[in-house]
Design a protein around this ligand. Structure first.
Ligand SMILES: *Cc1c(COP(=O)(O)O)cnc(C)c1O
Length: 368
């Protein structure tokens, strides 16, 4: 029997979350209007250093609206990393467009800029980069290809709140950035999302699309078909409380990653996602690669679970999933990373003692 159970993730609701949610209930402002929506949007805008921020229902629809905002049409091709959460590819499919998968770069685990050019066709419209597990993609190298082929760049920053690329916070680097506030993300609203951009015309178009297509100046006039992708004031209230402590949430993850590295640096048979000197990793999930050839990844995870430690497997690369199965194309790095990686518990409430225990168990399980 395990002494205690350590989940892979848990939200830290240690600020004014309860107070602000009760304020919504007491005041009756529980739907998608209210002061917390505006406060959350403006706070997040400031946090990212961008001009426009649009709250929405979740990180998946944030991507959908970003793609529609950039005029993605049926038949278009959008380049996305094979190694990502399925939402990145699904949002492309919602537009009737086709996600075209790109292999990963072995150090940062992100979309490999060198693999992009060979996948560009006359139908290619843009690239979605994903800052996987919180490590920024190599944006300059991506912009170089994007400019050459006249492609837009969307940042899927769902896992990377507060990460920086060459000193700049992610989200505001590409034409559009999207965030998720799902319960296991660095900042949460339960379910929630945000779209950020510095382009005013694009921001207005996206705001209209997420609000049923209603004209922003003329109520109940619908010049286009939009969606109900609105966030509630209750979710935003949680978000405002989370953002008041954003620096703390970020610092906790940095500290936990430091502890893991200290504990695990001399352990043989595993390696880590790199942290490049041009980046600050947001450490959404501290993820290790199981290099030891004889070790079965899933068996390692069950051994950890026997000791009360929940872990999670890396993402199955998109090219392996039934709706997206790709034949005659090789994604060796994405495949290796996806099938051989494990995320260790990473959440703000973990203690030094927890990390020491997790590391000790991992060492033991790797030996067996
Ligand atoms: C979580 C996540 C999303 C989707 O966010 P939801 O809020 O769950 O819809 C999109 N992309 C990536 C990379 C994610 O990790």
């Amino acid at each position: 029997m395990a002494q205690h159970f350590i989940p892979v993730s848990a939200p830290a609701l240690v600020g004014n979350e309860r107070k602000y949610v009760l304020d919504c209930l007491d005041s009756g402002w529980i739907s998608s209007n209210g002061k917390y929506i505006e406060l959350f949007e403006s706070g997040f805008r400031e946090f990212c250093g961008v001009e426009h921020s649009i709250s929405c229902t979740n990180g998946t629809v944030a991507l959908h609206v970003a793609l529609l905002g950039l005029n993605v049409q049926p038949g278009d091709e959008i380049l996305v990393p094979s190694l990502t959460f399925v939402a990145t590819a699904n949002a492309v499919t919602y537009c009737g467009a086709k996600p075209v998968f790109i292999d990963s770069e072995p150090e940062t685990w992100n979309i490999d800029p060198k693999a992009i050019a060979s996948q560009v066709t006359p139908r290619t419209r843009g690239i979605i980069v994903v800052h996987l597990y919180g490590h920024p993609a190599d944006m300059d190298a991506i912009f170089a290809v994007a400019r050459k082929h006249n492609l837009f760049v969307i940042e899927d920053a769902a896992e990377a709140h507060g990460a920086t690329y060459k000193g700049k916070r992610v989200g505001g680097i590409g034409q559009v950035g999207t965030f998720s506030f799902y319960g296991n993300k660095i900042v949460t609203t339960g379910e929630g999302g945000m779209i950020v951009t510095n382009d005013s015309a694009l921001a207005a178009k996206m705001r209209q699309l997420k609000g049923q297509g209603m004209d922003l100046q003329r109520r109940y006039w619908f010049p286009v078909i939009g969606y109900n992708y609105r966030m509630t004031n209750v979710a935003a209230a949680i978000g405002v409380a989370q953002m008041e402590k954003a620096e703390w949430h970020m610092e906790r993850r940095h500290e936990i990653a430091r502890w893991y590295r200290e504990e695990l640096q001399s352990v043989e048979g595993i390696s880590f996602q790199a942290e490049k000197n041009w980046a600050t990793h947001a450490h959404w999930m501290f993820t290790i690669l199981v290099e030891k050839p004889a070790m079965d990844r899933d068996q390692l995870m069950s051994r950890m679970l026997e000791r009360g430690i929940e872990t999670r497997p890396g993402f199955y690369p998109m090219h392996m999933l039934p709706p997206y199965a790709v034949q005659n194309q090789d994604y060796p790095t994405a495949t290796r990373l996806g099938l051989r990686s494990i995320s260790l518990p990473t959440w703000a409430g973990l203690s030094r003692e927890d990390v020491r225990y997790i590391a000790a168990c991992l060492r033991e399980c790797l030996e067996g």
